[in-house]
Design a binder for this molecule. Structure first.
Ligand code: KIV
Ligand code: ZN
Length: 515
């Protein structure tokens, strides 16, 4: 069995998904789970992009030890310096530099010749190599680059010290047959290829990212890059869980394996979906809610007689827990704490107590508390940031009737501690709440997106609302969970605004530190 390295870019390419913005606490929580999942490399961000990115890469690099942590950099010394600043404390400092190589990018974006591209790439790799033990070079848009030129670039950056050469299908254009040929060609035409690992990085614009990544492995790739749930730019990146499970189930065909702990897949997928607000479609391969549901009579009959008639992946393989009923209203703090640990949460004593109280309140109203409910409560508590003065919801009351104008009355505590109450109308209940909140906040809030999801099944399920807003010239997303959809809506809106306040406070802190 060949070992395939897994390079996870959920926190960099995945975070580039439209509407996703994670704060550093959420990124750290995902990074810790990726470490548990057993990925080899975590791309934690793009340190030169912003001070916030640099700080979160630094936080992850100094916390995570079981996976190697890396950061993206353009071929500029200042980007590589920023990456070094963020990554120098990591167990195995590693940087990921990139430069486009395709004729389209050379002509229209870079305005550089082939020789200039090679020169810039080599200089950047040499510069990075003075600081980092591991240097990965990516030839952006490699799959639309002339093969001979791509082979020259690959040889030159390996000579300059690159330990991994990544061949991205940046626009999701290539086909499985072509990518297998391309990796085969590079493996046989680059004279020093034995000194580096070839890596595949496939986007899913034509829905071929998984097939392409597997074909690249057949062609000689030793590393696959992707994201959890396949999130990422446009149609996203390859879903790593699909690649790992395919290699496992079809090891007879690929003769390759990963170090990923497959039974951590469901939890990782759940956490990424919850924190990014990108809901996983029910029919998504491996992780969708229907992935193990057998609906037709013929299939059910077959599965009852012999599971393997229609089931090639068992739910247990990816960590789906079939025993869903867990704690009830009489469960104590000790059982709750054990369950939190079993679900993978390491909370401080204070946070356990707060989460336990939320659980007790919910248990009074909801008949059955499922793993999903607990996961939601615990993930919210773990990623909550209350260190910056923020808006807090105290009370909400809505009047609605098909013959009446919806009217909301809302009371919040302002960042300065003052409690205020307002009322407003809207064309629907949610709009009435948002119009009221807007009156209570300083400055206008523009709502760009609103999504609602039920955490588990049943009439009394928890509601989870995701919003995307623009407040104080900043794009922000927020999420809120409650048993009532209107309360969850109000919480999500305030959460998005509070994230902007946190960002502004962090920026002020940094400016103060620079003076
Ligand atoms: O898709 C791409 O080309 C990338 C590179 C920066 C590796 O994400
Ligand atoms: Zn990409």
């Amino acid at each position: 069995m060949r070992k395939i390295e897994i390079f996870d870019t959920t926190l960099r390419d995945g975070e580039q998904s439209a509407g996703v913005n994670l704060n550093s606490i959420e990124k750290l929580e995902i990074a810790k789970q990726l470490e548990r999942l057993g990925v080899d490399v975590i791309e934690a961000g793009f340190p030169a992009a912003s001070k916030g990115d640099l700080e979160s890469v630094k936080l992850i690099a100094s916390t995570v030890k079981g996976s190697s942590v890396t950061g993206l950099a353009r071929c500029h010394p200042k980007d590589i310096d920023a990456a070094w600043e963020a990554l120098k404390q990591s167990a195995e400092p590693r940087v990921h530099v990139f430069l486009a190589t395709s004729p389209i990018h050379r002509q229209f974006k870079l305005k550089m010749t082939q020789d200039e591209v090679i020169e810039r790439a080599v200089e950047a790799v040499q510069y990075a190599k003075k600081k980092f033990a591991k240097v990965q070079f990516s030839a952006e848009d490699a799959c639309r680059t002339e093969r001979e030129f791509l082979a020259r670039v690959t040889e030159a950056v390996i000579r300059a010290g690159a330990t991994v050469v990544n061949i991205p299908d940046t626009v999701g254009y290539i086909t499985p047959k072509e990518i297998k040929d391309l990796f085969g060609y590079l493996s046989s035409h680059v004279p020093n290829i034995d000194q580096a690992i070839l890596s595949a990085h496939c986007h899913d614009d034509l829905g071929m990212a998984t097939a392409n990544s597997l074909a690249a492995i057949e062609g000689g790739a030793g590393q696959v890059e992707g994201t959890i749930n396949g999130i990422g730019e446009r149609a996203g990146n390859v879903a790593l869980e699909e690649v790992a499970v395919a290699l496992h189930i079809r090891s007879d065909c690929y003769q390759a394996s990963t170090d990923m702990k497959l039974n951590e897949i469901k939890r990782t997928s759940h956490l990424v979906s919850k924190l990014t607000g990108m809901i996983v479609p029910a029919n998504k391969a491996v992780i969708g809610d229907n992935a193990f549901a057998h609906e037709s009579g013929i299939h059910q009959d077959g599965v009852l007689k012999e599971k393997t008639t229609y089931e090639i992946i068992t739910p247990e393989l990816i960590g789906v827990n079939s025993n869903k009923l867990v704690l009830g209203k009489h469960s104590g703090r000790h059982a709750f704490k054990n369950k939190a640990a079993e679900l993978g949460f390491e909370l401080t004593e204070e946070k356990v107590n707060e989460a336990f109280q939320t659980f007790k309140d919910l248990a009074d109203k909801k008949k059955e508390i499922t793993d999903e409910d607990l996961f939601s409560i615990l993930a919210d508590k773990q990623t909550e940031t209350t260190d910056v003065a923020h808006y807090a919801l105290n009370m909400i009351q809505v009047q609605y009737g098909t013959e009446h104008i919806p009217t909301a009355t809302v009371s919040v505590t302002l960042p300065d501690g003052k409690e205020v109450t307002e009322a407003a109308t809207g064309s629907g209940s949610v709009e009435a709440i948002y119009n009221t909140l807007e009156r209570l906040l300083e400055g206008p809030v523009k709502l760009h997106d609103y999504k609602i999801n039920s955490v588990s099944g049943g009439r009394d399920a928890l509601a989870e609302v995701y919003v995307r807003v623009r407040y104080n010239e900043t794009e922000s997303s927020g999420r809120g969970t409650a048993q009532d959809v209107l309360e969850a809506s109000a919480r999500a809106y305030l959460n998005a605004v509070n994230r902007v306040l946190t960002l502004e406070a962090q920026q002020k802190e940094r400016q103060k530190a620079q003076v």
